[in-house]
Design a protein around this ligand. Structure first.
Ligand SMILES: [Zn+2]
Ligand SMILES: [Zn+2]
Length: 286
């Protein structure tokens, strides 16, 4: 826990230590920041750490995932922090554009310097050098996009590994290939989602860090989880042994459970079943 009410994780990945700062609770707000990349994965509530983010993904239109975007855009304007991007599912792009325009008009100022980017499942967005996001649909009950953070760089072709630098330079000058692209799925954010994101072939399963909601924990909540397109602990337990990620980060516990109770359930039931490290970014918002 940080002094700001958010939790902080430093996760070793093949790229290096990836820092995650965030807080999440179903219905109350999910806010996940990757400060190294200037990226927010949902902005469900205002927070002082939010305005510094230059790209915000709004996974879907529920207020616990977009409740902080007005504050984010307004604070950036007020502090002259420059242009930024808000990435949203195409189905809600027009409504989100209207929402931000309305906030700006109510404040009596210029329109916010925020570009609304309409994303589709399968589309990609360059984030910064060597980093891009790819979007995928989840099985929540409204249009929802998860996102995959990909690290793309070039490696020397393996057959050139023993060559001197000037020989490689000569090959390059001659227009012959000397490198090949290498891609690593560093992180998958599954937003609000039913069990579809855990099905075989799901794009989320190849990522080193898997951010997954787990809203419900009790047997009596199975039907509620299915109806509203959320994950239940039992679905996670059924797939736990097959997870290929290095870090599983859980989000979005329902307020039907106290945080302490959730942590006990995770320690006793899920952690022993997992082949990877288990973390969470769930908080009790004030
Ligand atoms: Zn939610
Ligand atoms: Zn939702």
């Amino acid at each position: 826990m940080t002094g700001s009410g958010l939790r902080r994780l430093q996760l070793p990945t093949s790229w290096g230590e990836l820092g995650l700062v965030g807080g999440s609770r179903a219905g109350e707000g999910t806010l996940i920041l990757l400060p190294q990349l200037g990226l927010a994965l949902d902005a469900g509530r205002p927070h002082r750490a939010l305005p510094a983010m230059t790209t915000v993904l709004a996974s879907h239109g529920h207020v616990d995932h977009v409740g902080g975007i007005g504050y984010w855009a307004s604070q950036r304007q007020l502090q002259a922090m420059g242009p930024a991007r808000l990435v949203v599912p195409r189905e809600i792009a027009a409504d989100i554009t209207t929402l931000l325009a309305t906030h700006a008009r109510l404040e009596g100022g210029e329109p916010y310097a925020v570009e609304i980017v309409a994303a589709d499942a399968g589309s990609r967005l360059a984030l910064r050098r060597e980093m891009e996001l790819e979007f995928f649909a989840t099985d929540h009950w409204v249009p929802t996009l998860g996102s995959l953070l990909r690290w793309r760089r070039h490696h020397l072709l393996p057959e050139l590994a023993g060559l001197e630098g000037d020989e490689i330079a000569a090959r390059r000058r001659a227009g012959r290939p000397v490198t090949e692209p290498v891609e690593t799925a560093l992180l998958a954010y599954c937003a609000d989602s039913g069990p579809g994101v855990l099905a075989p072939g799901s794009p989320a399963l190849g990522a080193e860090v898997l951010l997954l909601e787990c809203s419900f924990f009790k047997a009596g909540d199975r039907e509620r989880a299915a109806r509203y397109g959320h994950l239940h602990l039992e679905e996670l337990l059924a797939r736990a042994a097959e997870l290929g990620c290095r870090h599983l980060v859980l989000l979005h516990a329902s307020r039907r459970h106290r945080l302490r109770e959730v942590e006990t359930i995770l320690d006793e039931q899920l952690r022993p079943a997992l082949p990877c490290a288990l973390h969470h970014l769930m908080v009790d918002w004030d």
